[in-house]
Design a binder for this molecule. Structure first.
Ligand SMILES: [Zn+2]
Length: 397
């Protein structure tokens, strides 16, 4: 191993080796981490999901006085996106170093951040902390921040009340104070099937869905043209997009079913609940039009996921902490969602800051620059130092 090999590499390799694609269980990974934590004398809290297939994990390295509340939380998700139909140059679940980069699914998004925190546990445990450090590992982030919604409640139930949380999603170690909300909506149009020579006897689910789709597009066009705007975002307004439509069985059959899946991502000036109300209104109008043709028709709206946006103050204490620990500060906002909005929504001052570039996340040959791993190691080590009491006899300025 050369001097430039990051100390956290063994843990990154271990975490990457668990195929925690969101559809799979994450329990082997959670068990391995929990064993490690117990080996350091810590008490991990493992919270299984309803089926017992996946789990969140929360652990606290208490302060020297035994206190477990307050302090700083480091947060990561354990799941990764699929590698299906992607061309990889090496096994995605075996981290491999090539040309100063660490390749593997989850290196960037976002197992390395968690691995850095785990590999620095011995230092956290042996330090005399004036405030605790917490680690939160969630499941199913990539499919709508499902575990995140629960973990913030579990953290509250444990009474941990961290004063700051850093979500280690890839930001190239810059502090990110804000991101848009993400909302997924599925609308099912149920009409009445008929032979297409007898159209008046049917209710055409696809055609009514098409009118609904254009109304969503009109709403999105209005945001694009008239705002509100937030120029700190690369796309400086609220967006919406219909991304999946499925319906119809044959050219000679009036379709009785059409499913439309859309998403919208709102900036802070747009209330995601109001947008959902508008979408429900469009669906309601479609249902009324369909029922004028046949009262049996109906339109159903489901919301598979809603991830709140993040909008921390410019002078947020969590941001000041991250900058003090060496994070870059370019004031940028990001268009991808994270669990940070969930943490912030539960009253914890939260920012996003982690190694790697989001452009490499989810892609084939996902990688993380080794230099980013080392920057993250310095960042977490600086956190431990920052939260440590002066050694006996040492006087700090
Ligand atoms: Zn992620």
């Amino acid at each position: 191993m050369s001097d430039s090999t990051p100390a956290s590499l063994p843990w990154i390799e271990r975490l990457v080796a668990f195929d925690t694609t969101s559809r799979n269980s994450n329990l082997e990974l959670i068990d391995a981490v929990a064993d490690e934590l117990r080996g350091h004398g810590l008490e991990p809290h493992v919270f299984p999901d309803d089926e017992g297939r996946k789990a969140n994990l929360v652990v606290t390295v208490p302060a020297a006085d035994g206190s477990r509340s307050g302090g700083v939380m480091l947060s990561g998700h354990t799941d990764v996106v699929p590698v299906d139909d992607q061309e990889w140059s090496s096994d995605p679940f075996r981290a491999q170093i090539r040309d100063g980069r660490l390749y593997g699914r989850g290196t960037c998004d976002m197992k390395a951040f968690s691995a850095v925190a785990i590999s620095l546990l011995p230092r956290m445990v042996s330090a005399r902390l004036r405030e605790p450090i917490h680690l939160a590992l969630s499941y199913d982030e990539e499919v709508g921040c499902v575990g995140g919604a629960r973990i913030v409640k579990q953290i509250a139930d444990l009474g941990l009340a961290p004063s700051a949380c850093i979500v280690g999603e890839p930001t190239n170690m810059a502090v990110v104070r804000a991101h848009k909300s993400i909302n997924l909506v599925r609308v099912t149009f149920t009409g009445v099937a008929a032979h297409s020579s007898l159209t008046p006897q049917g209710v055409n689910a696809v055609e009514h869905a098409a009118r609904f789709v254009t109304r969503v597009r009109d709403m999105a066009d209005a945001w694009r043209e008239h705002g509100p705007f937030d120029d700190a975002y690369p796309v400086p307004y609220t967006t919406s997009s219909v991304n999946v439509v499925s319906g119809g069985i044959a050219t000679n059959t009036v379709p009785d079913r059409c499913v439309v899946e859309l998403e919208y991502r709102s900036i802070a000036a747009v209330d995601p609940a109001e947008v959902l109300d508008r979408i429900r209104g469009f669906a309601q109008q479609a249902q009324e039009a369909m029922r004028r043709e046949n009262p049996a028709a109906h339109v159903d709206v489901e919301v598979p996921a809603q991830v709140p946006g993040l909008d921390a103050d410019p002078d947020s204490p969590a941001a000041a902490l991250a900058v003090g620990l060496g994070a870059l500060d370019d004031g940028g906002k990001v268009t991808y969602g994270t669990e940070a909005g969930q943490f912030a929504g539960s009253g914890i001052e939260t920012v996003v800051c982690g190694p790697g570039d989001i452009a490499q996340a989810h892609a084939p040959d996902e990688y993380l620059e080794l230099e980013q791993v080392q920057a993250c190691e310095r960042f977490v080590a600086a956190l431990v130092e920052h939260l440590s009491l002066p050694a006996e006899g040492e006087v700090r300025a």
